[in-house]
Design a protein around this ligand. Structure first.
Ligand SMILES: NC(=O)c1ccc[n+]([C@@H]2O[C@H](COP(=O)([O-])OP(=O)(O)OC[C@H]3O[C@@H](n4cnc5c(N)ncnc54)[C@H](OP(=O)(O)O)[C@@H]3O)[C@@H](O)[C@H]2O)c1
Length: 316
């Protein structure tokens, strides 16, 4: 089935499947089971992070599928991320090696800087270090200094590619003007309520692929949020193509130029989220989906608002 799924080319010549499995909050065996099932379904792109504390589960699933002969290592693209307490240049290689140990793998395909801002280091497991007032301890490490160390990881063969996440237009432009290796991705929050068309256009102009996190807006069936998953208008689009509202939203994200990363640990929904390559939305459907774009964020990370590298205080 995976052969029918389109791939996207990166600025360094590598390629990636145009949908990925999200894994945030998948824990306690769920992540391993989800990854195993996703690989069987045809997913060849898995998104995780040191912060999610499930790199070991992704690694175990990938290794099992390699041992079973279902995939070769080079068939699957694993993205993971450097957390904010590892930004000090002297910790970057250490953090990446620790991540590889978690996976039990020799290399990852893509290592992202998870956020442009950083925290004080108080130990590997203190991922949200707080002061006596309970506030997260920020520090002011320049993301360019962190990036230079990430470039070395490519030279060392610990990751095939490097990229960023949650970088705004100014941060991305500054990075592009000062890097030796260009980022291949900017992973950003993106869904109909925050469709990010301006940032996507900037990334496209610079040959940077956008991956869309929270692509479904973290559906809450009890509260019927977000509205675009539960609205009759999106349901009507789905009825037209015999698709669910979630599938319509994922298709929209692909058509506006992103790679969506829907998280699921439910086998049926893992399959459902993959069945989005056999239909196309028309201009009217796009106009309806565009109408949900309020600009509201699900993940504003306001605890970091005082950092000079906080990314969400400009338009995009
Ligand atoms: N770079 C960053 O800063 C950042 C931030 C946040 C997330 N991410 C990445 O992006 C991924 C996706 O974001 P997210 O997990 O926050 O949000 P999401 O994918 O928008 O939503 C996940 C939720 O949607 C449910 N779901 C999945 N498929 C569904 C479907 N077809 N119909 C209805 N509900 C469905 C899941 O439940 P079930 O599991 O029960 O199916 C889960 O509760 C993350 O897992 C992570 O890999 C990155």
């Amino acid at each position: 089935m995976s052969s029918k799924i389109p791939y996207v080319k990166h600025n360094n010549g590598t390629q990636i499947q145009s949908i990925g499995l999200g894994t945030y909050t998948s824990l306690g065996g769920d992540c391993e089971r989800a990854t195993l099932h996703a690989i069987d379904v045809g997913y060849r792109h898995i998104d995780t992070a040191y912060f999610y504390e499930n790199e070991n589960e992704v690694g175990a699933a990938v290794q099992r599928k390699i041992a079973e002969g279902v995939i070769k290592r080079e068939d699957i693209h694993i993205t993971t991320k450097l957390w904010c307490h590892f930004h000090e240049p002297k910790r970057v290689e250490y953090a990446c090696r620790k991540t590889l140990q978690n996976f039990g793998l020799q290399y990852v395909d893509l290592y992202l800087m998870h956020w442009p801002y950083s925290y004080v280091y108080r130990g590997d497991n203190e991922m949200m270090p707080t002061d006596a007032k309970g506030e997260v301890e920020l520090n002011d490490i320049d993301y360019l200094d962190t990036w230079r160390e990430m470039e070395k990881l490519v030279e060392l063969g610990l990751t095939k590619s490097i990229g960023v996440s949650n970088f705004n237009s100014e941060q991305l432009t500054r990075l592009l003007a000062n890097c030796k290796i260009k980022p291949i991705h900017n992973q950003i929050e993106c869904h109909p309520a925050l469709n990010q068309k301006k940032l996507i256009a900037l990334c496209k102009k610079n040959d940077i692929v956008v991956t869309a996190y929270c692509p479904l807006g973290r559906p809450n069936p009890a509260e019927k949020t977000p509205n675009y998953i539960y609205d009759a208008k999106v349901q009507a689009i789905g009825d037209k193509y015999k698709k669910s509202t979630a599938q319509v939203v994922l298709r929209y994200l692909i058509e506006i130029g992103t790679i969506p990363l829907p998280k699921s640990s439910n086998p049926k929904r893992i399959e459902e989220n993959f069945q989005i390559f056999d239909f196309q939305l028309d201009a009217e459907d796009h106009a309806i989906l565009d109408s949900y774009n309020t600009g509201e964020r699900l993940i504003p990370m306001t605890h970091a608002i005082k950092s000079k590298n906080y990314p969400f205080n400009i338009e995009f």
